[in-house]
Design a protein around this ligand. Structure first.
Ligand SMILES: C[S@@+](CC[C@H](N)C(=O)[O-])C[C@H]1O[C@@H](n2cnc3c(N)ncnc32)[C@H](O)[C@@H]1O
Length: 293
């Protein structure tokens, strides 16, 4: 199985950074190794084939998110992509078409899928070059995040949830090592028990469950992006924002950066106390919301 997964990794690497919305999809190709490997998959058990379809789906989504962190893929988009990879496997096995046609059809389907699941992509990449420049998306040191989010480690109310904790979960690991009951949530694939793989718009935060919720350049950054985007999913973000606040225990806090002035002004002052501050005297601001009842 490792041989097949290595091959998927290499195939994705081969097409890395190419612009799927570029007019000429001939820039996308299957490597000879991919063609050889897929032709052998008919010998595999149905469960192994499903495993490879899921693996290719996850890897492709990871690559899209690496290029642009604002791509978002809900359960429907993921299932549609699985179907595209299942069809690809099927066309290789039935061998009723040439490799060139299989390749052309496959990349046409991928292009249609990204246009449907993330319509904003067409606007920004349609007239772009063969290669796209990735949108900056980094992970930051625990010290920097603690400073920006103004977290008082000695008195932090537990349990803690870091929303969009990053692939490395730096802050989660740091807090865990300090004996704090902490969980991280991100769409990355994790195998560590206190790091949860989930979409923050689909996760069930619960009610009066968390002592502290934190999110550094995560949820609120994307909420801002959707607020400003013409076709933004800001309603889903606003609902999740309220779900997050309602999942705090009374006396609990939500610390996030950047701030969200366009929604913070509508919060019920009887239920939430809000403090907004600048970081290092520039325009970048963070917010702490305390649930008071
Ligand atoms: C700029 S990184 C910040 C990571 C971390 N908070 C830090 O400061 O080091 C943003 C993170 O948000 C995650 N993310 C983006 N959209 C998400 C979604 N819909 N659900 C869960 N996580 C998401 C990304 O995977 C990425 O790890």
């Amino acid at each position: 199985m490792d041989r097949f997964t290595d091959n998927i990794d290499k195939q994705i690497e081969f097409n890395q950074g190419k612009n799927i919305l570029f007019n000429n999809l001939e820039i996308f190709e299957f490597t000879n190794d991919t063609v050889k490997a897929i032709s052998k998959t008919d010998r595999l058990h149905v469960n192994s084939k499903q495993f490879l379809i899921d693996y290719a789906t996850d890897k492709a989504i990871e690559e899209f998110c690496r290029v642009n962190q604002y791509y978002s893929f809900d359960s429907k988009a993921k299932n549609d992509l699985r179907k595209i990879y299942a069809d690809l496997l099927e066309s290789f096995q039935t061998k009723t078409d040439s490799i060139e046609n299989i390749s052309k059809n496959h990349y046409e389907k991928l292009k249609k899928w990204i246009k449907e699941s993330n319509p904003f992509a067409e606007k920004i990449y349609k007239n772009d070059l063969r290669k796209v420049n990735p949108v900056a998306c980094s992970e930051y040191s625990p010290d920097l995040q603690i400073h920006v989010l103004k977290i008082d480690i000695e008195h932090v109310m537990q349990p803690v949830l870091d929303v969009g904790c990053g692939n490395q979960g730096h802050l989660v690991r740091y807090l865990k090592n300090r004996g704090i009951d902490v969980f991280g949530l991100d769409r990355c694939k994790f195998t560590t028990p206190n790091l949860i793989t989930a979409d923050w718009l689909e996760y069930d935060y619960g009610k009066e469950k968390w002592g502290t919720i934190i999110s550094h350049l995560g949820f609120s950054n994307h909420f801002n992006h959707h607020h400003l985007r013409e076709d933004g999913n800001y309603i889903a973000y606003a609902k999740t924002y309220m779900n997050i606040l309602n999942s705090l225990k009374v006396g609990g806090h939500f610390h996030y950066a950047p701030d969200l002035p366009f929604i913070e002004k509508y919060l019920d002052n009887n239920q939430f106390y809000m403090k907004n501050s600048g970081i290092n005297h520039d325009d970048f601001k963070m917010t702490i919301i305390k649930k008071i009842k």
